[in-house]
Design a protein around this ligand. Structure first.
Ligand code: ADP
Length: 342
């Protein structure tokens, strides 16, 4: 176990006849020993390039990568003691599961056949692969392949473990199970881990801290709660959370000096009540008690779209005062209808 430090890491791809592509602009990060950090961002934001630079599969254009205080620059992948489980598994088809797991260990040498076998069996036991050790990859389910790739990545007891979209090929039920198992294993074995994903649920549920990236830049580093509750900028606010946060633009203060501001409101943080008075209140100002049963902070609006979302309802409500539309999540209870005043 070691810590991983990324110090101003930059990557520019240059292809002859094309303008250079800055895939990673300036990446600073300290992953503590035993911590699981998730790199989260849309396709093309530089996640894989970052992972590949850590693994040594891609040169860095600038900056430094250190594991346990030692610079990795110039070290070939085999010399880095970094385990990688790739999205496409990269298993060797002719080899059994056991031989796939022990491949790297065997290549490194120094262990007797018996010690190798014991190591593989111990891992297989922990990861739930004992019954399929003699099978070939072609006969395995996606979930099993994913676990073999993970077992192979950790067989050499790496200083740092890299997981590339580890759950992306699994169906919803398998994904849930594997996610929990992955978390348990990572905690139990205590690996310093970097996980790459475009799936925010995966990042928010697995990681101790999340790095939100966009266009080769780090937008925010924080715990899942921090990026969810206190996004650093509008990109993070819109990208993190499903359904997305409502962003309402308005003027702070009154009169010509009012400054334009954006207010973010999570769909689940709005309570919807039916407006018995028929929606005459205009909204926006908020009332304390009084007619119509308004409370402080209430705004009037009209339901325009009703949808189902998981076990919830989602309403799109047009605010009476500003004509802005917001999405709100409703709990179980009487359903609202399009056209209703709320
Ligand atoms: P992500 O993993 O977040 O989808 P990538 O790291 O794969 O993003 O890519 C980041 C950017 O770098 C993209 O614009 C991509 O087109 C570019 N890129 C990645 N690999 C190469 C390469 N080998 N040559 C040129 N451009 C590349």
């Amino acid at each position: 176990m070691s810590d991983l430090v990324m110090d101003g890491v930059r990557k520019v791809f240059t292809t002859r006849g094309r303008p250079p592509v800055e895939a990673v602009a300036h990446f600073d990060l300290e992953v503590r020993s035993g911590e699981l950090v998730g790199l989260l961002g849309p396709s093309g934001c530089g996640k894989s390039t970052t992972l590949r630079m850590i693994a040594g599969l891609e040169d860095v254009t600038g900056g430094d990568i250190r594991v346990g205080g030692r610079s990795m620059l110039g070290l070939r992948p085999q010399r880095r003691n970094i385990g990688v489980a790739f999205e496409n598994y990269a298993l060797y088809p002719p080899l059994s599961v056991a031989d796939n797991i022990s491949f790297g260990l065997r290549a490194r040498g120094g262990l007797s056949a018996r010690a190798l076998r014991e190591r593989v069996e111990d891992l297989a036991e922990r990861i739930g692969l004992r019954d399929i050790l003699d099978d070939r990859p072609v006969n395995l389910s996606s979930g099993q392949k994913q676990r073999v790739a993970l077992a192979r990545a950790i067989a050499r007891e790496p200083d740092v473990l890299l997981l590339d979209e580890p759950l992306s090929h699994l169906d919803a039920a398998q994904r849930d199970l594997t996610r929990r198992e992955l978390r348990r294993l990572q905690r139990e074995l205590g690996y310093t881990t970097v996980l790459v994903t475009h799936d925010q649920e995966e990042a928010l549920s697995l990681a101790d801290r999340v790095v939100v990236m966009e266009g080769g830049r780090v937008r925010q580093v924080g715990t899942p709660d921090e990026v969810y509750d206190d996004p650093a900028d509008l990109f993070v606010a819109e990208f993190v959370g499903e359904p997305a946060m409502n962003l309402l633009t308005g003027l702070a203060g009154s009169g010509p000096a009012g400054q334009e501001r954006v207010v973010g409101v999570r769909p689940e943080d709005v309570a919807v009540v039916c407006d018995e008075s028929g929606g005459e209140r205009g909204g926006g100002r908020g009332k304390r008690g009084g007619s119509g049963g308004g409370v402080e902070g209430d705004v009037g609006g009209e339901v325009v779209v009703v949808e189902d979302f998981c076990e919830y309802g989602l309403l799109t409500v047009e605010l009476a005062a500003t004509r802005q539309r917001i999405v709100v999540q409703t709990g179980p209870g009487p359903a609202q209808l399009p056209g209703q005043s709320v």
